[in-house]
Design a protein around this ligand. Structure first.
Ligand code: PMT
Length: 402
């Protein structure tokens, strides 16, 4: 695995079961995205699925043979072998017929056969007409499968192949990939059962109803840590300032604007947390008295004075929260300033980044950080993706939790 830009599913063997629905074309994209995420993907299809998209499409996208015919596979006992190799089995799309067969242990095709033969976690992404999804027979099958530990992602509401609208659309590919990463983490990750709280983004302190004091944080660093924690099995809460990022699958998101709001949200979130990682950039100061109405430009004065008052230091104020990790964003004297913050904020360690360095800090997809510890040690990490920085931080958090 490339430790500077590790892929979330590196080293994982994913079996992908495809059944006959018009949404099979999305499964081709899913197979491709799973491979791009680092997984080895093996596809098994029903004959009905092969009517919509040929096995050759999946074979080309995964670089592996695809099994449709239970009796014609190149590998003897193909269903058992695919099932045995899998770290997870995803069925997408799963038809009503497939759910019925799964619920009753029936194995008329390679998909249901693989499901019965595997001990790996199973994730099902249903796709069907809304009336079929809502039918009591299907709903009973879903309950049976859930009780058996099968996980579901979707179906989504929206326009269906029939032209009607309703619940029955195959979940979007990023959601299926996110659900799979979460499922694998929960079953085998070193943070399974832990609650990790992450803060992200900058705060906005109002100056008047249309303006604020803010900073350049985009939330990328915090969101990357949150995704990495989810992938390792943690239940993750992210408390974020206003950012333009989608909420990653399975992560509980709390949106805030100001330091005061972030403090309240983090006090609640950390009441039962095992770790708090402060990647947010909360404003140190806020306008003392935000104007009730928009401040007007006056022609007679060339300056505008705004009094700023100190905000509370959030991490220093939080009572505990488990393992406490802070960040230091500096443009000079990185070590000196980072070390000063360690005891003042009662941190286990602090992740220092020079936000003026190329490829580091605000808005980038990479970061170069040095970690300073309370006992005086430090570790300088190379320039890595923010996801890799997140994994590195979580290695150290997990070690402290053990
Ligand atoms: O979001 P990105 O665009 O990806 O950018 C990432 C980042 C540069 C914002 C991130 O890597 C980072 O450095 N975050 C910390 C930013 C910051 O506020 O640093 P600081 O040195 O001013 O604060 C030190 C620590 O105290 C931080 O953990 C901060 O979250 C915390 N703090 C700061 C002020 C405050 N009022 N309360 C706090 O808890």
């Amino acid at each position: 695995m490339d430790t500077l830009s590790p892929l979330p599913l590196s080293g994982k063997h994913v079996a992908l079961g495809v059944t006959g629905s018009i949404s099979v074309f999305k499964a081709a994209d899913l197979a491709s995205k799973l491979r791009q995420a680092g997984a080895t993907v093996e596809v098994v299809m029903t004959p009905a699925a092969a009517q919509f998209v040929t096995p050759l499409t999946f074979q080309s996208l995964t670089g592996r043979p695809v099994v449709v015919d239970m009796f014609g596979a190149a590998e003897a006992e193909a269903h058992v072998e695919v099932a045995r190799r899998a770290d997870a089995f995803v069925i997408a799309p799963a038809t009503a017929d497939c759910l019925a067969n799964l619920a009753h242990g029936m194995t008329p095709d390679m998909v249901t056969l693989t499901a019965l033969a595997t001990t790996a976690p199973v994730l099902v992404a249903p796709a069907m007409d809304n009336q079929m999804w809502e039918h009591p027979a299907t709903q009973e099958n879903v309950v049976t499968l859930r009780n058996r530990g099968v996980e579901f992602v979707g179906p989504d509401a929206g326009r269906l192949a029939s032209g009607r609208s309703g619940l029955g659309r195959l979940a979007e590919v990023p959601q299926v990939v996110g659900a799979l990463r979460m499922l694998i983490g929960q079953r085998s990750g070193d943070l399974a059962g832990r609650h990790v709280v992450v803060s992200a983004g900058g705060t906005q302190e109002p100056l008047d109803p249309v303006r604020y004091v803010g900073n350049r944080s985009t939330g990328k660093m915090g969101f990357a840590i949150a995704e990495a924690a989810r992938d390792r099995g943690a239940h993750v809460t992210i408390v974020t300032g206003p950012v333009a990022l989608e909420t990653p699958y399975g992560i509980h998101r709390v949106d805030v604007h100001t330091v005061a709001e972030m403090l309240v949200a983090l006090e609640q979130a950390t009441a039962d947390s095992d770790a708090i990682i402060m990647a947010a950039a909360p404003a140190d100061y806020r306008p003392a008295s935000p104007a009730e109405h928009k401040i007007k430009k006056t022609s007679d004065r060339g300056t505008l004075e705004v009094e700023l008052v100190k905000n509370p230091d959030i991490i220093a104020t939080l009572p505990a929260g488990g393992v406490r990790v802070g960040f230091a964003a500096e443009t000079r004297n990185l070590e000196e300033y980072a070390r000063q913050k360690l005891p003042a904020k009662r941190l286990d360690f602090i992740v220092a980044n020079d936000v003026s360095a190329a490829g580091s800090g605000f808005g980038t997809d990479t970061n170069q950080v040095t970690i300073y510890y309370a006992d005086g040690q430090h570790e300088a990490l190379p320039l890595m993706t923010k996801y890799a920085v997140g994994l590195a931080i979580l290695d150290r958090v997990a070690a402290r939790l053990r």
